[in-house]
Write a protein that binds this ligand. Sequence first.
Ligand SMILES: Cc1cc2nc3c(=O)[nH]c(=O)nc-3n(C[C@H](O)[C@H](O)[C@H](O)COP(=O)(O)OP(=O)(O)OC[C@H]3O[C@@H](n4cnc5c(N)ncnc54)[C@H](O)[C@@H]3O)c2cc1C
Length: 489
Amino acid sequence: MTTDILIIGAGITGTALAREISRYDVSCVVIDRACDVAEGATKANSGIVHAGYDAVPGTLKAKYNVAGAAEYPGLCRELGVPYRRCGALVIGFDEADEASLRNLLERGIRNGVEGLRILDHDAVLKMEPNLNPEVRSALYIPTSAIVSPYEMAFALADDAALNGVAFRFNQPVRSVERTNGGYWKICTDTDQYECRAVVNCAGASGAEIHNMISDIPVEMIHRRGQYYLLDRAEHQPFAMTVFQCPSRMGKGVLVSPTVHGNLLLGPTAEDIDDPLDTATTAEGLADILQKAGRTWPGISTRTNITNFSGIRAHLTTDDFMVGPVSGCENAYEAIGIESPGLSSAPAIAGDLCRMIAGEMKWNRKADDRIRPVPVREKAFSSMTAEERAGMVRKDPLYGNIICRCETVTEAEIRQAVRRPVGARTIDGVKRRTRAGMGRCQGGFCLPRVAAIIAEETGCSLAEVTKDGGNSRILAEPLDAFLKGGGDRE
Ligand SMILES: Cc1cc2nc3c(=O)[nH]c(=O)nc-3n(C[C@H](O)[C@H](O)[C@H](O)COP(=O)(O)OP(=O)(O)OC[C@H]3O[C@@H](n4cnc5c(N)ncnc54)[C@H](O)[C@@H]3O)c2cc1C
């Protein structure tokens, strides 16, 4: 397959870049090792759109964080992605913490973050009464926000696909080479691509791909972060994201609401050898409880519904690398995109696209050739009774509730499969619709979701996976039995 430009990686960075590139008159292909968009760090992070108080002034992290965070409200409105400016606190317990908070305040002001201020003990507890009463002071960040990170990536991918970008999954890159004709040749397990320009947005494999392209190697440390996710509740104990003072390893353990009304506790910070090792461990989870317990003395995991982990892609140079790959014509990269990479993605993508378009002399499409993403109906679960009745009258499939925990309808699940970059797995449906995200974690709805995916895509039930690869739900004979085509064993 030949294309003008190929992006390796369909996380938040790759999808945001693909959307920007789709505004130009060029062909673009995004390939990913995984079976769907957002299968790397983008699906497993804190979901905070950081205001930009933490990054060291003058770094790319500071520049892109502040610029990216400013783009989020408009972008989320345009793409129909849940986003909420809930504010954040960084809390301190002693004099050393207070010095650290003053340092963060100064950094934030230098980075151009607005509204920051230090609160004393009484003011902090007034804002968040469930905090540890031993809290001494806090940095208040009113512009900190929360977003659904994977829904953002799905929406960016849909927009890019509607505007001509092709997405190809199950494509692990094995080699990247320059051809004699001045193209880049990218080989995966099954396919070969030739492109004029290549962009490395491969997250935790960013260094590995960089070292395939360049003779000047980079080194990456993979730092795992584990989480607890507590069930939705009408009244969560915290309205804001609450951080403790950051350390050399990251922003520390937070307690934060999510845009869907859950409560998130974590992440840990452990350096690991295998960039794909997203296991959770007893030690890691115990560490979260101990640290989050300092923020929230009344901590309870009685409503815990799942644990997960994500991998930070930390370059030893301690900053993002964004731009041309030094000494390699028409090769670009956005690597080392650890936190605040989610917050920074729109700004990284815009900047990188402008660089590439300028160097490659691309023409921008006229505005009337850009197809806006169709406005999606709001989730059935958040509609009023009247709105629900109206939807059922329009499409009776809205009357069939598939996921009872999260009130997700058959109509919504079918739409998730039919989106421009549609769900093909149980987890793909889950992240697009929330079917299976609730207390029973798919115990009831999973078989029905699997049947809808099979019907919509024309595959057999036995081919439906939880999350790609060999994560099949059914064994062959049972599938044949369910379809009425075989004997039960
Ligand atoms: C624990 C944790 C908490 C975080 N919290 C926040 C936060 O609150 N706010 C914030 O702003 N940022 C946060 N971040 C950072 C943020 O999640 C990342 O910066 C962002 O998701 C990186 O996106 P990406 O697209 O660059 O990488 P990824 O999302 O990792 O995407 C890379 C893609 O490349 C694909 N890929 C990898 N290797 C290959 C290969 N060989 N061939 C083909 N495809 C390949 C992967 O499958 C993946 O889909 C956090 C990160 C972690 C781990």
